[in-house]
Design a protein around this ligand. Structure first.
Ligand SMILES: [Zn+2]
Length: 290
């Protein structure tokens, strides 16, 4: 039987660059992101809601750890206990920074929404340009249960940025998103992206994107483009995963999903072109490149 450990595990992130670390610090070191000040993420996403979800997530992890232990899956049990320790140690001015932590995931979401709001508002894009909300769903980025450890958001985003060169050099801001989908009774995780960009013709842009992201079946819509009337899409764009919904009715694969979220760097979810992410007075911000 494994004992629950109480060692403190700081968040581990794939990049050790100073700027990257500063971006993390701007979120986890600023308690304002953990409260209920703007930006508002909508109903059901208050600090109290996150605290409630935190309790549920730790209960799920404890159950998964005990179950794995009972079945002799020592490695799995250890992984669940480690994540449980990390989440239980997350507290005021001592944040874990894990994407599997409902409180920290929400703080990152708020900080990103604020940075996107400020940047989009300040960017003056000619009178003919429209702000559009784009969803891109590459079919190859589907992961069945048991394969979640293969999800590499950073690598996938590098691929996306490379592919997007085909629509020309333009400013793009957005985030990767992980959704739980079901097809023919089989559940899987679909990695996809929500982006905002500017265009003179949403129709032409959609056509161009559709030529890059081909559909495989008639009913599938791998590319969605719609004019963004306001910035209300930003909390949705930056949600990373619909945790509340998964906790309500899709708990079966949550322990595995939580391990994957913990390995995923919240900053690496962000996708941007012609922009550089910086940390500025305990906030995230963007600076145009060049
Ligand atoms: Zn946390």
């Amino acid at each position: 039987m494994l004992k629950k450990r109480n060692t403190l595990r700081p968040a581990q992130h794939s990049s050790s660059s100073k700027k990257h670390a500063q971006a993390h610090e701007a979120v986890t070191g600023n308690e304002a992101w953990y409260g209920d000040k703007p930006p508002d993420l909508g109903q059901g996403f208050t600090a109290a809601d996150a605290a409630e979800r935190h309790t549920t997530v730790t209960e799920i992890l404890l159950r998964a750890a005990k179950k794995a232990d009972k079945h002799g899956n020592t490695a799995s049990a250890e992984a669940y206990y480690q994540l449980l320790d990390k989440l239980e140690d997350c507290r005021l001015r001592h944040r874990c920074g894990s994407l599997a932590c409902p409180g920290c995931a929400r703080a990152y979401q708020k900080a990103k929404v604020a940075a996107h709001e400020d940047t989009i508002t300040s960017l003056k894009k000619g009178p003919n340009k429209q702000l559009v909300f784009v969803t891109l769903i590459p079919k190859k980025l589907m992961y069945q249960p048991g394969q979640f450890s293969k999800i590499d958001v950073k690598k996938a985003s590098r691929w996306l940025k490379d592919v997007l060169k085909e629509i020309g050099k333009r400013t793009i801001l957005g985030s990767a998103d992980l959704s739980w989908e079901t097809r023919r009774g089989q559940g899987y995780i679909q990695l996809h992206w929500h982006l905002v960009m500017w265009t003179e013709s949403p129709k032409k842009l959609k056509k161009k994107l559709a030529s890059i992201f081909s559909r495989t079946k008639k009913h599938e819509r791998p590319v969605k483009v719609r004019v963004a009337d306001d910035l209300g899409v930003l909390p949705y764009l930056n949600k990373a995963i619909k945790l509340a919904e998964l906790l309500r009715n899709k708990r079966t694969h949550l322990p595995e999903l939580l391990l994957m979220l913990d390995r995923t760097d919240p900053i690496d979810l962000m996708v941007h072109t012609k922009m550089r992410l910086i940390a500025q007075s305990s906030q995230l911000a963007f600076k145009p490149i060049g």
